[in-house]
Write a protein that binds this ligand. Structure first.
Ligand code: F0G
Length: 353
């Protein structure tokens, strides 16, 4: 039996109106994994959970919003979709467009998209355009296109994306039987923290939740316009997914933090990488660098004694680490070459154990 996607599961709550057809790859229903070894390793006195949205069909959280945006677009008669992207939105848009049988066009910041994401868009048959500029410039260009071509934008400025992405909060509440005390996310274009907060509020409105969580958003230090209080012209971070200087949902992120009593803060690339490697080594969870920004932020705040004892903290891990093999191969652990005879293999094993 099909498990269905988020539209089948949460239909009315998403307020998408009538859809025909629903374009789904059975997204959502991703694992909520409790941390055991990482909390012990870092001596954290909290109950920490990872919402691993890298387990979605195109390996990032974008699929939650894309099923909504593409279903709506196709139901309204669209023949082609377009987005600007640091890679994951593009991969997701291209996949859902392929599933729907419509064209997709994606504009990427040239030279700054992780290899796996680029491969995905090409595989799904998108027209992939590299822009000699950053994400913000690509998004500005995308905004002009529907005036000239019959294209529907599926960036998170399309409200249906935000609606679909509310489903992550629903799933967390359903699984924890209530909200966590804190929910931490990486912040790039700021759609996901906006959507997750709206999801919690929606669940409260319909009586499925009493107490709301405190929202924590983390930007990369070199791409932290919200924290710094002004757009960043040339954002820089190894976490290319969140290399964004002028987020479209800026206001939504500020509201999520302030209305919930939370914060938007920044983490350095070193802190992001520490969390990225730690997560894989201590929990067996391989998330992409941008995803690790949520954990990096939680570790940083935990060190200042911010979290009460035994408090429940959820970190959204937004994308699968396999998307960025080049970054992963910078890990200290290296492959050991042997001649292939049993003796040389045994020698390596002896040293490893
Ligand atoms: N993590 C990953 C892996 C992402 O791909 C993104 C955004 C974020 C976090 C930040 O989420 O933008 O909602 O604040 N990626 C977009 C893209 C910008 O084009 O794929 P956000």
């Amino acid at each position: 039996m099909s498990r269905g996607g988020i539209i089948e599961r949460y239909g009315d709550l998403l307020e998408l109106g009538p859809l025909d057809p629903v374009i789904s790859l059975e997204e959502g229903d991703t694992p909520l994994i409790q941390s055991h070894r990482l909390v012990e390793h870092c001596r954290l006195k909290i109950r920490l959970f990872f919402k691993f949205d890298g387990a979605n069909p195109t390996s990032s959280f974008k699929d939650r919003g894309m099923t909504a945006a593409v279903s709506k677009a196709v139901s309204d008669g669209a023949r082609a979709v377009v987005c600007a992207s640091t890679g994951n939105t593009a991969a997701s848009a291209s996949a859902y467009a392929a599933r729907a049988g419509v064209k997709s066009l994606v504009l990427l910041p040239g030279g700054n998209v992780a290899l796996g994401k680029l491969a995905q868009s090409l595989m799904y048959g998108a027209t992939v355009v590299a822009v000699d500029g950053n994400f913000d410039q690509a998004l500005e260009a995308v905004k002009q296109l529907p005036d000239r071509f019959p294209l529907t934008i599926v960036n998170s400025i399309n409200p249906n994306r935000i609606k679909g992405q509310m489903s992550a909060a629903f799933e967390v509440v359903d699984e924890l039987n209530g909200s966590p005390d804190f929910h931490a996310l990486p912040v790039g274009n700021a759609g996901n923290i906006t959507a997750t907060w709206r999801g919690y509020r929606k669940y409260q409105q319909v009586g499925k939740l009493r107490r709301l969580p405190i929202m924590l958003g983390f930007q990369a230090a070199g791409a932290a316009p919200i924290v710094d209080g002004h757009p960043i012209e040339s954002p820089e971070t190894i976490a290319t997914a969140i290399r964004i200087g002028n987020p479209a949902s800026w206001q939504g992120a500020v509201e999520a933090a302030s209305d919930s009593g939370g914060h938007i803060e920044k983490v350095t690339d070193e802190e992001i990488l520490e969390a990225y490697f730690l997560l894989a080594k201590t929990e067996g969870i391989f998330a992409e660098p941008a995803s690790a920004a949520s954990l990096a932020g939680v570790l940083k705040k935990a060190r200042t004694g911010y979290f009460p004892f035994e408090t429940r903290v959820v970190c959204t891990l937004t994308g699968n680490g396999l998307k960025d093999p080049d970054r992963a191969m910078t890990v200290e652990t290296k492959m050991i070459e042997t001649s292939g005879d049993l003796d040389s293999i045994c020698k390596v094993i002896e040293e490893a154990l």
